[in-house]
Design a protein around this ligand. Structure first.
Ligand code: FAD
Length: 374
């Protein structure tokens, strides 16, 4: 007979749910992770894998930068401990990001970003057209200059999720896939467990919602919506290799550790339309060729679709809900891979001590509800 009582139930087997489950398994809790499809089959598997707190920085508050930087710093330890538990090591690749411009409008946008970085004490440098082309020979001769933020990194999200899944199982965590949670059960003040499609229930003293863009289905008050993103994968011909991560205000081109490139991504407010579109492919390629003309010679691999979990403020919603034993871990928008280590540590610390980390208070559900984050 299947077990029906756990210390913690985590709903969602994407990068966030898996990272949290692994951290909780490490402290010896009896946990159940429930995923309605296969592990890591949704948005986390299509992510480009950039750990890019500087080049992805919008004009949000400083605490977003601080959270992203902390997560980037946390990554080496996260991966080392994970590899110890799972036996599967996941490489972390450092790289330079070149935020390039090809016309005066782009350069204006990048100079404003340069000023923002200076105001936030981020040590970015401005690179001249000649220098940027010697750093990255595949850049178009039209490149008029680039902003180069401090070193960022890249990780393969699918490899990372495989390692997390293995570690959870090795540490005794239970993982149930192809099983949908239909409802949270309990009272107005506390959750007592979850109900499944099969009508079975599992009980727990603590439930973590890591259901990405689907979170509003189980917890409408969180205000998380889906923002569709399409991303293209191509392979450069032998002998051509991109050394840096190249971006313009319209596209990013991520080199993986081979000649495979990922180009993204669209930003579409259309709910969860599943198919990839010809229009998205056209736009991504058009903007990509503008800065890396040799993309013409690349071979097409595939287009993927994902759904960013997005709050009105584009900030994650992290921490205990009104029901103190229900923890929200969602709304990571464009940064779920980057923010997985800090999110997991914060949730594990709350479950073990009952105290939510002080420096993450501004992301908790109360701050979102009070409109401080809107
Ligand atoms: C094109 C694209 C590129 C991106 N690139 C980057 C990047 O380079 N770097 C970065 O940091 N971020 C990136 N992101 C953002 C990142 O992918 C997300 O922030 C992250 O994947 C969110 O992780 P998650 O675990 O919350 O969601 P998901 O990966 O979507 O996982 C949620 C899981 O919950 C499951 N679930 C939902 N409802 C239920 C239920 N009722 N019962 C059981 N299971 C349920 C779903 O099936 C799903 O597997 C990108 C996003 C897109 C779309």
């Amino acid at each position: 007979m299947k077990r029906s009582k756990f210390d913690v139930i985590i709903i969602g087997g994407g990068i966030i749910g898996l990272s949290i489950a692994w951290r909780l398994a490490r402290v010896g809790l009896e946990l159940l992770l429930v995923e309605r499809k296969g592990i890591g089959e949704e948005t986390s598997s299509v992510a480009a894998g950039m750990l890019a707190p500087y080049s992805e920085l919008g004009f949000e508050n400083e605490d977003m930068l601080e959270l992203g930087e902390r997560s980037l710093r946390e990554y080496p330890r996260f991966l080392e401990e994970l590899s110890h538990d799972s036996g599967i090591s996941v490489p972390l690749h450092d790289y330079h990001t070149l935020m390039c411009g090809v016309d005066s409008h782009d350069i204006g946008t990048l100079k404003r970003r340069y000023d923002l970085h200076k105001n936030m004490s981020i040590e970015s440098v401005w690179v001249s057209p000649g220098d940027v082309r010697s750093m990255e020979p595949l850049l178009s001769p039209r490149t008029l200059g680039a902003l180069k933020p401090p070193t960022e990194a890249f990780v393969d999200p699918q490899q990372l999720m495989r390692s997390l899944h293995t570690a959870i199982l090795k540490l005794g965590g239970e993982v149930r896939t192809n099983l949908s949670v239909t409802e949270l059960i309990g009272t107005k003040y506390a959750v007592e467990g979850v109900a499944f499609e099969s009508k079975d229930i599992a009980r727990s003293e603590c439930v973590v919602l890591a259901t990405g863009a689907w979170t509003s289905k189980l917890y409408p008050a969180c205000g998380i919506r889906s923002q569709k993103g399409q991303i293209l994968t191509v392979e450069l011909p032998k002998g051509l290799r991109l050394r840096s991560l190249v971006r313009t205000p319209r596209v990013y081109i991520t080199p993986t550790n081979s000649s495979t490139l990922r180009l993204g991504a669209t930003t579409e407010e259309c709910g969860m339309l599943e198919h990839s579109t010809a229009g998205a492919l056209y736009k991504i390629l058009h903007y990509g060729r503008e800065i890396i003309p040799s993309l013409d010679e690349a071979s097409f691999h595939r287009m993927d679709v994902g759904y960013r979990p997005t709050t009105p403020s584009h900030r994650p919603i992290l921490g205990p809900a009104h029901e103190a034993n229900l923890i929200l871990a969602g709304g990571h928008h464009r940064g779920g891979v980057l923010l997985a280590p800090t999110t997991a540590l914060a949730v594990a610390s709350y479950v073990s001590t009952g105290a939510w980390p002080h420096n993450l208070q501004s992301f908790n559900p109360t701050a979102h509800q009070q409109g401080r984050n809107l």
